[in-house]
Design a protein around this ligand. Structure first.
Ligand code: NAP
Length: 486
């Protein structure tokens, strides 16, 4: 098999600013590693504040012309991006696996998911509407005019190097906004590749800028302090989200915040257990558990606890761990050493407090950042893993005996991103839907991400929605025009 890096020529491992691919001022670079081997796979430009502001110059300069570009034309450019991503899916997937560690099958899934945002928002681009109506008292008319917000700054995480950028860039471009994306330092290559294919697709210079950096704080704060920036969309941890919200307050920026989660997955005694097992495997293990909507706590009603636990542990134990590019691998490398150490500590803490490990629980020797699929039972309520984001292939199982009890426990967290319920009782499902404090809920489903559905959290999991029709509204302001007409 060819080197996954072949898809991104060395001249495109630099900053994408305006019509140029350029080095960082001063020429600094940083290394990108394959998390499965710890080996350097590429060097990319390490931008400073001055480079970030150069990208903002380019985005500001391109703004008026892009906003005035006919929606149909913007739509066609998004469709062209969708096509290239789809045609080159295998190359993009291999690049994602190389820098992020997930198995190739997961990376292919991410490319399909990420590409779909371009198709969806190509369709939305031509459906932006205002309205015209008579004021209730008569005498004048009310006209509403949607307008692009302006240049947007995007900060994205490493866990979905393509999709988390795609679900910001696609609606922004559809609405007529220009963009500057700062991808995570651990996974900058996929975003550079996306910028390259959007250049090839004919997206005008300055509309899609990408600034890679190891100095996120310096670059992003300079961008947020500049009044030409009109919007921040961030996906990442709640902790960093709070810092950026404070910075965004100074210029009263529009913000969309996609932050951390602590999803409860609830299996009721009346559930179809085959469906619940399939759902739990997806909700826990999609993306190795390195997902904001991963099932972080699995609550199983007492009468089915034993059977569910035994079957779930068997399936978790049968997963194969290895390099994401190797055939037959289900669980690839975690992003870094800190993630492995965190899992080790969370498991040790739960065991200290009385939990039992049924499967996994010990990190393997050797290079790379691996952790085996792990199932714990008898996890007490005060175990740290029930409050922290596990972000890895570790599944704590807790039993419950009443719906009120499990709803109270599920809601006892600062987060409110996603949840999952398995039951065949419609009324029970609806009571959970009304009782659980989450932005998203899967009923008898472990997979809920869909570009045509509004993705986002409540409480400290975020503000705003990505995907669906709501997704484009995040990039539009509305001007109200009063027209005198007696
Ligand atoms: P993170 O540490 O918050 O980093 C996210 C992004 O913020 C990265 O690009 C990072 O750059 C940047 N960043 C860090 N500190 C910054 C600062 N002081 N100023 C400006 N930018 C800063 O999160 P992560 O570890 O990459 O991703 C995992 C988190 O993302 C989890 O909490 C997960 O739940 C969340 N997430 C949420 C969603 C959602 O839709 N709700 C989706 C995916 C992930 P560096 O890479 O240089 O540190």
């Amino acid at each position: 098999m060819s080197d996954p890096m072949n898809v991104l020529a060395p001249e495109h491992r630099r900053l994408r600013i305006g019509d140029a691919w350029r080095d960082a001022a001063g020429g600094a670079t940083f290394a990108v590693e394959d998390p499965a081997t710890g080996k350097t796979i590429a060097e990319v430009a390490d931008a400073g504040a001055v480079d970030g502001l150069a990208a903002l110059d380019a985005a500001s300069k391109a703004m008026a012309e892009w906003a005035a570009t006919p929606p149909r034309k913007r739509s066609e450019l998004l469709t062209a991006t969708y096509r290239v991503l789809t045609e080159r899916s295998e190359e993009v997937a291999r690049l994602i696996t190389a820098e992020m560690g997930k198995p190739l099958a997961e990376a292919r899934g991410e490319v399909a998911y990420g590409a779909e945002f371009f198709r969806w928002f190509a369709e939305e681009a031509v459906r932006v509407e205002g309205r015209y109506n008579t004021a209730p008292a008569g005498g004048y008319r009310i006209l509403t005019v949607p307008r692009p917000v302006g240049p947007c700054v995007f900060v994205t995480p490493w866990n979905f190097p393509l999709a988390m950028g795609a679900r910001k860039i696609a609606p922004a471009l559809a609405a007529g906004c220009t963009t500057i994306t700062k991808p995570a330092a651990q996974t900058p290559l996929t975003m550079l590749f996306l910028a390259r294919i959007m250049e090839e697709a004919g997206v005008p210079p300055g509309v899609v800028n990408v600034v890679t950096t190891r100095r996120a704080g310096e670059v992003v704060s300079a961008l947020l302090a500049d009044r030409r920036t009109r919007k921040l969309s961030f996906t990442g941890s709640t902790e960093v989200g709070r810092v950026l919200l404070r910075q965004a307050a100074d210029n009263v920026l529009r913000t969309s915040m996609e932050l951390g989660g602590n999803a409860a997955l609830i299996v009721c005694a009346d559930a179809d257990l085959d469906v619940a097992l399939d759902g739990a495997m997806v909700a826990k293990m999609r993306n190795l558990g390195e997902s904001c909507i991963a099932a972080n706590r699995i609550y199983v009603e007492e009468p089915v606890r034993e059977e569910f636990t035994a079957r779930f542990a068997e399936r978790m134990g049968a997963l194969s761990v290895g390099h994401g590019l190797d055939d037959g691998v289900d669980v690839g490398a975690l992003i870094d050493e800190a993630s492995v150490t965190k899992l080790d500590e969370l498991v040790a803490d739960a065991v200290d407090r009385g939990a039992r490990v049924l499967v996994g629980g010990e990190r393997p020797d050797g290079p790379g950042h691996f952790y085996p699929p792990t199932v714990l039972v008898d996890v007490p309520d005060d175990a740290r893993m029930l409050e922290a984001e596990i972000f890895g292939p570790v599944a704590p199982i807790i039993s419950f005996t009443s719906d009120d009890e499990v709803i109270a426990k599920a809601n006892d967290t600062e987060h409110g991103l996603a949840g999952y319920v398995f039951t065949r009782d419609l009324q029970r499902a609806l009571r959970f839907a009304e009782g659980l404090e989450t932005g998203m809920l899967g009923i008898n489903r472990g997979l809920i991400s869909d570009p045509s559905a509004p993705f986002g959290g409540v409480k400290q999991s975020g503000i705003g929605k990505e995907g669906s029709h709501e997704g484009i509204l995040e990039y539009l302001d509305v001007t109200y025009v009063a027209i005198d007409l007696p």
